[in-house]
Write a protein that binds this ligand. Sequence first.
Ligand code: RBZ
Ligand code: NIO
Length: 351
Amino acid sequence: MERVRVVPIEAAWVERAQARQNRLTKPPGALGYLEAVGVRLAAIQETLYPALGKGAVVVCAADHGVSAEGVSAYPPEVTRQMVRNFLAGGAAINQIARAAGAEVYVLDVGVRGELPEHPRLIRAKVREGTGNIVHEPAMRLGEAEAAIEAGMHAARRAIREGAALLAAGEMGIGNTTAASALTAGLLGLPPEAVTGRGTGVDAATYRRKVLAVRRAVARAEARLGDLERADPLEVLAGLGGLEIAAIAGVFLAGAEAGRPLVVDGFPATAGALVAVRLAPAVRDYLFAGHRSLEPGHAHLLRALGLRPLLELDLRLGEGTGAVLAFPLLRAAAEVLAGMATFEEAGVRDRG
Ligand SMILES: Cc1cc2ncn([C@H]3O[C@H](COP(=O)(O)O)[C@@H](O)[C@H]3O)c2cc1C
Ligand SMILES: O=C(O)c1cccnc1
């Protein structure tokens, strides 16, 4: 696979930005976590005056062989139907992106069936959906690499077309099962702790889903040993999704290009964890848009050391929870860049 070079942010920039933050006309810390966000944006951009231009989201889409186990409340053809909906502008992400002034790109890395022409559809089908992870690896190692590279290319295109702020979203019926298996494997957690209701499955489907996750993880362990310590690319190929791999690629290339990156919900954050396992400095560029209702998401956020900006009980995906946080990131940048200091404003600081 193509090598990426991700440069960690510099502690010196963090210190400088924090020093400016402390001189702005507010009691120190009064803007709470927004202040830390502003400081990290400054360190990413290597300036005391961070500015976020255009935002974009790459919605990565693919199908999942594990759907055959009956683990979703919806049939697999909904993946392709929703991609068409994204292209027609009728999905939740289209409305939220419009509200946030963000561009929507759709990346097909593994949707079953044909998709119509569209200027912001990126065609990079690696294969038509993954293998059923209960019985076989999701994909070959080379396919996982190709899906990651597709994500990298999509991120680079969005950046070339002006994205200063980049999010990754996903669409793929069955992908909360893949995300659960990846999370259980990579973090060494029991399947029932990380498996949630996805699209809203009933009790019987939920039991099947946990069982599918347990069998998939056991199958991968039999092949790779301890999944926490195994090659993350192998674990991804064993249990992942093509769109989850692509999301890892979006974040790898986005971090390499020095862009602030916003993570969405459970499957998207599983992709972020894979990116960080492949290149730990990616972590410096990541912001968590929200905390999803999926129980596995909180585990991923904790493992990545990310604090979610929003908690709105979302459980959708598509990049919605990431793009919803764009205005907060913009505000954090504007605060640090635009506020007057006590000296500049002639406001008396406490003695
Ligand atoms: C109409 C519809 C629109 C969606 N948009 C995102 N998802 C979300 O639900 C799916 C994952 O849930 P599960 O693992 O239970 O299948 C993914 O496609 C995800 O993006 C949707 C799901 C549906 C049904
Ligand atoms: O957490 C998410 O992003 C999520 C939850 C349910 C279904 N799809 C995505």
